[in-house]
Design a protein around this ligand. Structure first.
Ligand code: SAM
Length: 194
């Protein structure tokens, strides 16, 4: 049964993270070793900000982190090497990110559409957001860069994976333990941009 205040929620609160989703990124990072000190990372769908908190700690102050979301983040006193811009991904010219860094080592997307409860419609909207995130990643990542993207399982997943395989040398689907069992969300791990 859906429990909004599950173990991960309580753990996040205790450890000072802004959302339980941080543990999904932590698990992905432990498994695939994504983040390193000094990296430049773009976080799409960054609000309320738990992934930004995790990434900032992982890359350290020699890194650069940019978060984008249509809603504001709740991390008021973030360090200067972390930037946040309130933008709608559909109206955003991603070249603006080059004001922060000419290119990014990692692009992550945890973007999620507001859901309707209609399975296929929600999966399609999630696919559209993921596709937009992939376009941004292909624009801003250099050769060898990594892309991590959330997606709701649905009919379009196969196409999305094919597109990722065209752009990246290693592509895997990963379901973190922190994902609610009833959720159809999965994460696409696309490493080493071709
Ligand atoms: C699951 S939340 C992200 C949680 C975040 N990773 C964290 O750890 O705090 C999904 C986010 O996607 C954002 N989003 C959805 N559609 C968007 C759009 N068109 N442009 C930018 N952000 C969008 C939502 O506003 C929401 O904050």
């Amino acid at each position: 049964m859906y429990n909004p205040k599950d173990t991960y929620f309580k753990k996040a609160k205790k450890e000072g993270f802004l959302a339980r989703s941080v543990y999904k990124l932590e698990e992905i990072d432990k498994r695939y070793r994504i983040f390193k000190r000094g990296q430049r990372v773009l976080d799409l769908g960054a609000a309320p900000g738990s992934w930004l908190q995790y990434i900032a700690k992982a890359v350290g102050k020699k890194g650069k982190v940019l978060g984008i979301d249509i809603r504001p983040i709740k991390w008021d006193n973030h360090p200067a090497f972390v930037s946040f811009w309130q933008r709608d991904i559909w109206k955003w010219d991603c070249h603006e990110a080059q004001k922060i860094a000419p290119c990014f080592d990692v692009v992550v997307s945890d973007m999620a559409p507001s859901t309707t409860g209609i399975k296929d419609a929600d999966a399609f909207r999630s696919f559209k957001l993921a596709k937009r995130a992939l376009d941004v990643a292909l624009t801003l990542l250099p050769h060898g860069g990594h892309f991590i993207c959330k997606l709701l399982e649905g009919g379009e997943m196969k196409d999305f994976l094919l597109e990722c395989k065209r752009g990246f040398s290693f592509v895997k689907v990963f379901k973190p333990r922190g994902s609610r069992t009833e959720s159809r969300e999965i994460f696409v791990i696309a490493l080493k941009k071709k």
